[in-house]
Design a binder for this molecule. Structure first.
Ligand code: PGA
Length: 249
């Protein structure tokens, strides 16, 4: 399957910065045959990025959302609001949301259903801490997270999702899991829930243009969720091109 490269910009770029990025990226002519690409800007830049992308086959994603359609939830953004901004993808359960914004396995589960109900593809992020990793508990941790995320959903619904395995200790640290190590954990994820057998599972955590191919080459790794290295157009274009080389190798 064609790899998927998702840019998670986190709290970076104003709408003007984001539009400049899109123009510079498109000038580099990233090859859509190499990989599917999705950009997840901050909420306030979604519309501007959607306009700048126009008909270019690069997806637009959100980094977070609420599960309710509307209501008294100050500061929150709903699935229909995202759809109205032409968003088609949404990251759910990022470790930074779990750590700083009260995201739990239970809220992730509700958001997965809300995303699917509104035609959004959820990118469900799971990952273990350094302590869990050192204790040999990574597989148990991520399997528990992924079962909780999909509890109550049919295999057909599960199959409409994407999973991102991001060891927390690898995010923004420059440390990466070994490609075979990440692949083994992703194999455990794939086996944990009916319906995950055919979905793309992304690796995340300090992915760069020079290491993405080694990850994508692994059996269970269908692309990458990229933070820091997705912020520059040249780097993001290289991630797209090199992800394709991983598949071709
Ligand atoms: P990073 O972030 O690529 O900067 O490590 C990845 C992520 O948090 O999704």
């Amino acid at each position: 399957m064609k790899p998927l490269v998702v840019a998670n910009w986190k709290m970076h770029k104003t709408p003007a910065d984001a539009v400049r990025f899109v123009h510079e990226l498109l000038a580099l002519r990233p090859d859509p045959e190499q990989a599917d690409a999705v950009i997840c800007p901050p909420f306030v830049a979604l519309s501007a990025v959607g306009d700048a992308l126009g008909d270019v086959p690069i997806g637009l994603g959100a980094q977070q959302m609420h599960w309710a359609d509307s209501g008294a939830f100050t500061g929150q953004i709903s699935p229909p609001m995202l759809v109205a901004c032409r968003v088609r993808w949404v990251i759910i359960g990022h470790s930074e949301c779990r750590a700083y914004s009260g995201e739990t396995d239970a809220s992730v589960n509700r958001k997965v259903g809300a995303a699917l109900a509104h035609g959004l593809t959820p990118i469900i992020a799971v990952g273990e801490t350094l302590e869990e990793h050192a204790a040999g508990a990574a597989h148990d941790r991520v399997v528990a997270q992924i079962r909780a995320a999909f509890a109550g959903y049919t295999p057909a619904e599960v199959a409409r999702s994407v999973v991102a395995y991001e060891p927390i200790w690898a995010i923004g640290t420059g440390k990466v899991d070994t490609p075979p190590g990440a692949d083994a954990t992703m194999g455990a994820i794939r086996a944990a829930v009916d319906g995950l057998q055919s979905v793309r599972i992304l690796y995340g955590g300090s992915v760069k243009p020079d290491n993405i191919a080694a990850f994508v080459r692994q059996q269970h790794i269908g692309g990458a969720l990229v933070g820091g290295a997705s912020l520059e157009p040249v780097s993001f274009a290289a991630l797209i091109g090199n992800a394709g080389k991983g598949v071709a190798a």
